[in-house]
Structures are given as structure tokens and as C-alpha cells.
Ligand binder design. Sequence first.
Ligand code: AMP
Length: 216
Amino acid sequence: MATFIVLLGPPGVGKGTQAEILADTTKLAHVSSGDLFRENLKNQTDLGKLAKSFMDKGELVPDDVTISMIRERLSRPDCEAGAILDGFPRTPAQADALEKMLAEFQGRVDYVPFINAAEAILVERASGRWTCRAQGHIYHQKFGPPKRTNICDVDGSELYQRDDDKVETVSKRIKVYLEQTMPLVEYYRQKGVLVGIDGSQTVEQVTEKLLSALKK
Ligand code: AMP
């Protein structure tokens, strides 16, 4: 049975950073819906153009297009053993769709870390975030700067600040998260797979908690 880990938590809490580390440790694929949309945007696809109008406002891209993008991604060979899902599902309809997809792909959601932190921390983290243009590696000007200014340590590409990491958009994204994504905490709690993780700690401390909960 393939193993799927869903990372839940508000924007800016560090899901992407932890997903990269978890994917490295578990050797599962890292599937980030935000990265997939940004890749489409970079390649100027129809999906990218559609997504941009929602992303710029801090709103969610409609469920149907998001679900079919993820379905295509999860059907690729590197997800055969499972994946770390970062940013998907974000609505109850997406969670239901995931359930159906995984039944088909002989997989299940085994573990749902819910990483949480106070809003002031989220805004500080998101607004200081720098992202690598080539592959979406994540840095923070204060908490995790790159070795060379504006250059990704991993692949040497340029770092940029996401448009939706501006303070006003981050606040809107947090509001959207509270309204549309928070119900998933209860959804996964009822399934007995939810584990609460304090996201206000350092990257290393959060990773340690995630890995020790994963071992159990
Ligand atoms: P993220 O990189 O996860 O913060 O996502 C950036 C933006 O992409 C979000 O603010 C949404 O506009 C869009 N997005 C990412 N994942 C989803 C999803 N599962 N459902 C709808 N929109 C999404």
C-alpha cells in the first residue's frame, strides 16, 4: 500500500520547507500544488494563466482544475510508493477527491501533521521568504538565508520573492485558509491520522517532531 502524507497548516508555517526535508528522508515524492501552479505560470500554460488570477488575490484556484492537476501528478511513476502532499488538499471537496484517487492508486493517507503557529509568526515568515526560480527551494532572509545573496544553494538559480508573499496577500491567504482549509483538521482528526505539531519552533525542532511522530 502506497504511503501518502498530507501536510496541513496555514500559509507561512513552513510546510514547504518541511516537505522538502521529509521527502529527502522518506524518499517519497514531494508534491506541492503551489509549486505546480507556479511551474505552469512560468511555462505560460492555460492552467498557469487561469491560476494566476486567483493566486494574485490570495484566493484558491477552483477545485476541478486543482484536482485534475494533482491526479495527473500522482499518476506519475515517482509517486508509486506514495508522496508528501504539500498544499493539497485545501478544501473538503479536494480531500474527498483525494480519497477516491488513492483508492484507485492503492494508497492511503497514513499521517497528517497539522503544523500551526500564531498569525504574527506566519506573516513574518512568509514576507521574509525567498524562493528559487528553478525548483522552488525555500530560504528566509532571517531564519535560513542562502550562502550567497539571492542564489539558491542547491541549484545556483536566482531567488525571487513571490508576489503573493506580500503582507496584504499573506493576510488574505490566512483568512482563506481559516475559512476553507481549517475544516480538514477535523476531517483528518476523525480518521485518526492527525498529529498536532507546534510550528513556532525552529526548522530543526519541527523536523524532529515530525520524524518522531512518523516513526510511531
Ligand atoms: P502555496 O504555495 O501552497 O502557498 O500556494 C500558492 C497559491 O496557489 C495559493 O494561494 C492558491 O492560490 C494556489 N493553490 C495552491 N494549492 C491549492 C489548492 N490545493 N487548491 C486551490 N488553490 C491552491
